[in-house]
Design a protein around this ligand. Structure first.
Ligand code: NDP
Length: 329
């Protein structure tokens, strides 16, 4: 038997999440059984612990889009008992049972060996949010971003993606301007390495202007909506925005084609879920190298399985600071 956060749906279609004891027989079929040590809370987890957001296919369901732990049994030659592994994406925790449990059973293709230099707890402090932040930085670098080119904007900065992006970029020598709607988090963001704090309100209005003054050499955007529309108009010539999230809306509002065709601005789409294996390994190696562990520690809010229903609601309201690390045991 093992403990898991099980989400069930009642006859009226309402979901209810509670910690329950399950038997190993209830785990889905797949090649590798993992003794989970830690999981975390991402925006998508908020949806899957609660009403589902169209992501969960079948109930009862075990959410948790990320986990790290130790292989207990494996039918695949790539993994053996005792191996330390990490999992993010592949719709685990949505279409397949996830990491909010002491045991998980998943396909070997979905796992990545825990990178040297990271513990399971640190890997979950990173989680999908931090992994995606690293993918964003890599994409911006691949498109020519260098510290001497100027300030890099991070939106939704006090959230998960934003916090890790801020810490990585600052550590790599970039001047980071952090956008937040929570002025009380200014000291936290400065502690992660942000040199400037920009109020969310500065990007709140849709402008009619096709372009604004050139300001940013790069941007990691977790917000979209009106904010992304404004940011695109403020990008320097030939520079790029990594579009990661939609915390502020699913459209790009008020943007014209002008920044793309007059300033050669690039909008780089970042997907963490279906990311190919080789690039996953590259991103995790970069995380172990370029994310200072003391900064990561400063982002951590510890939690247990029982805390998850409340944390799920909080992340959907943009109220979680940094990264939650869930000790499932
Ligand atoms: P968090 O909730 O931790 O962070 C989001 C942050 O965005 C908040 O903390 C807040 O930052 C800001 N924010 C929230 N609501 C609004 C709003 N209405 N207007 C402007 N800013 C707002 O979530 P994550 O960092 O985990 O994820 C961020 C986004 O990225 C989500 O949309 C998520 O779905 C997406 N995502 C995408 C991935 C991919 O593969 N592409 C992977 C991971 C996440 P502050 O208070 O500082 O302003």
């Amino acid at each position: 038997m093992f403990k898991a956060l099980l989400v069930e749906k009642d006859d009226e279609g309402k979901t209810h999440a509670a910690v329950q004891e399950l038997s190993e027989d209830s785990l889905p079929e797949a090649e590798v059984t993992v003794a989970v040590e830690y999981s975390t809370v991402n925006y998508k987890d908020g949806l899957c612990v609660g009403p589902g957001g169209g992501l969960v296919r079948r109930y009862p369901h075990v959410p948790g889009i990320d986990f790290a732990g130790t292989v207990e049994a494996s039918d695949d030659p790539r993994y053996k008992p005792g191996d330390k592994v990490v999992l993010t994406g592949w719709r685990v925790g949505e279409a397949h049972w996830g990491g909010y449990a002491q045991k998980a059973r998943v396909r070997a293709d979905w796992l990545v060996p825990l990178p040297a230099g990271l513990t399971a707890r640190q890997a979950m402090a990173v989680g999908t949010a931090g992994f995606t932040a690293m993918l964003s930085v890599m994409a911006l670098e691949d498109h020519g971003l260098r510290p001497e080119k100027g300030e890099v904007l991070v939106t939704g900065a006090a959230g998960g993606v934003g916090s890790v992006a801020t810490a990585i970029l600052a550590n790599l020598g970039y001047q980071v301007a952090a956008v937040t709607g929570r002025p009380e988090q200014a000291d936290y963001l400065k502690g992660l390495g942000a040199q400037e704090i920009v109020a969310r309100d500065e990007f709140a209005e849709v402008t009619r202007k096709p372009l604004e003054s050139e300001r940013w050499a790069g941007c990691v955007d977790a917000v979209a909506g009106v904010m992304l529309g404004r940011v695109l108009k403020q990008m320097k010539y030939g520079c790029s925005v990594a579009a990661v999230g939609l915390a502020g809306g699913a459209a790009i509002e008020g943007a014209l084609i002008t920044p793309f065709i007059l300033r050669g601005v690039n909008l780089l789409g970042i997907d963490s879920v279906m990311q190919p294996y080789d690039n996953r390994v590259r991103a995790w190696e970069r995380i172990a190298r370029d994310l200072p562990m003391d900064k990561l520690e400063a982002m951590i809010q510890p939690a247990t399985l029982a805390d998850l229903p409340d944390l799920g609601k909080a992340i959907l309201k943009g109220q979680v600071k940094g990264r939650v690390v869930v000790d499932v045991n």
